[in-house]
Design a protein around this ligand. Sequence first.
Ligand code: ZN
Length: 139
Amino acid sequence: MNIDSIQNGFVIDHIYAGQGMKLYELLGLDELDVSIAIIKNVSSKKLGKKDIIKIDADIPVNLDIIGYVDPDATINIIKDGKLAEKKVIGMPEKLVNVIKCKNPRCITSTEQELDHVFKLTDKEHKIYRCAYCETKASK
Ligand code: ZN
């Protein structure tokens, strides 16, 4: 795979160094049969060091997951070999089925069909709480 010649896909850029693998796992990219490159510890003027993920496939990507792991990451959408769109993701207000509540008494532990919903309750400190029992999400 030539990582510089993505035809249709995504480049997730400006990921804080070390978060690339976490994002890769949370996005479920390990389960996909597509060309993916993770480039770690790239020099960056803005961050010092950064990680980059390149996905050479037009797959649905859950932007909320990216925003949760790293709200400062940018996503470049490549179409026909050209940059079609560039987005800064930011912190999502709500997370649905991204992380699970760790409280064993939470209703989501017993009711398997329920969505796992977390809400951003403190933007400054990036704190998410379970929408059902208000348990703080731990990263
Ligand atoms: Zn809960």
